[in-house]
Every structure is written in structure tokens, then in C-alpha cells.
Design a protein around this ligand. Structure first.
Ligand SMILES: O=C(O)CCC(=O)C(=O)O
Ligand SMILES: [Fe+2]
Length: 153
């Protein structure tokens, strides 16, 4: 396993329209689980290009699909593109658990998901190879999802 956690503390900001808490990105592991407080701020990009705010519901967690999961579903599912905006009235806290698999395991796409409509999209790869690729090519956070295309067959 290659999982990590992160706690984010966003300070109150007098001009929240001029700066982001965390800029647009997708997470690169398999899935991420988020707990956020009631201040709000997580936004997800919809297919139509609109940002939608994810409100906190009592006793709920947000589960995001991350980049590596795209390969495991042969490109059928997509990772969520998200950002966190700041708040002019209160500080905000969020906690993320990033679930990843062992860096050295070769990811092969399940044969059930390889069909005529969805031919095999990615060469088998390890997360370590993918991470090295992102670092060597200085891929910015917002580009990790599209960099997966470079693993295509
Ligand atoms: O705090 C949030 O709502 C988003 C944090 C996030 O996307 C991250 O830590 O990767
Ligand atoms: Fe994230």
C-alpha cells in the first residue's frame, strides 16, 4: 500500500476571490476520502466546465476518484478535478486520506473492461514509473490527469 494523509488548514482571507486555497488539480493515487468542516470551499469541475461547491453534509465523507483509477478502469471512469477556495469569514479545516497501491505493482487493466467500444487504453505500468515520469517532466499539479495519456498504447 502507498497511502498518505493530509490535514489542510485554510486561514480566513480578506480577498478570497484573488487567491485559491489549493489550485485546480486531480489527486494522483487511486481514491481520496475527504472530511471537511462546515466552512465549505471544496469545488469540483463538472463536464460542462462549471465549478460546483461540495457542501458538507453531517456525518458524510467525500470520496474522489484519483488519476491511477482511470487506468484501472481502462479510461471508463475519470478522476475528479477539484480546487479549494478560501473564505472571508472563517478558517477552514479539511482532512484527506489518499489511498494508493504499492508503487511497484504493475497495473494491468481488467480484461472485462477491454471491449470493442473500449479497446485497451494504457500500457501496463507501475505507480513508481508514473511518478518518476511526472517528476522528470515537471508536470504541474493540474496536468497529472492528462499526463496519463502518455501511457496509452
Ligand atoms: O481541502 C480541500 O477541500 C481540498 C484539498 C485537496 O484537494 C488536497 O489536499 O488534495
Ligand atoms: Fe486534491
Amino acid at each position: 500500500m502507498n497511502s498518505t494523509g493530509r490535514m489542510n488548514h485554510y486561514h480566513v482571507c480578506s480577498d478570497p476571490d484573488s487567491v485559491l486555497g489549493i489550485p485546480v488539480h486531480s489527486d494522483i493515487q487511486m481514491t481520496s476520502i475527504l472530511y471537511q468542516d462546515g466552512a465549505g470551499g471544496l469545488q469540483v469541475l463538472k463536464d460542462d466546465g462549471q465549478w460546483v461547491g461540495i457542501r458538507r453534509e453531517e456525518s458524510t465523507l467525500v470520496v474522489n476518484i484519483s488519476d491511477t483509477f482511470i487506468a484501472l478502469t481502462n479510461g471508463i471512469l475519470h478522476s475528479s478535478v477539484h480546487q479549494a477556495v478560501l473564505n472571508s469569514k472563517k478558517d477552514r479545516y479539511s482532512k484527506f486520506y489518499f489511498y494508493g497501491i504499492d508503487n511497484t505493482i504493475t497495473l494491468t487493466m481488467p480484461l472485462e473492461l477491454v471491449t470493442k467500444e473500449h479497446p485497451l487504453k494504457y500500457r501496463p505500468f507501475t505507480v513508481q514509473e508514473h511518478r518518476n515520469y511526472l517528476m522528470e517532466n515537471e508536470i504541474p499539479l493540474h496536468g497529472t490527469r492528462s499526463a496519463l495519456a502518455d501511457r496509452s498504447r
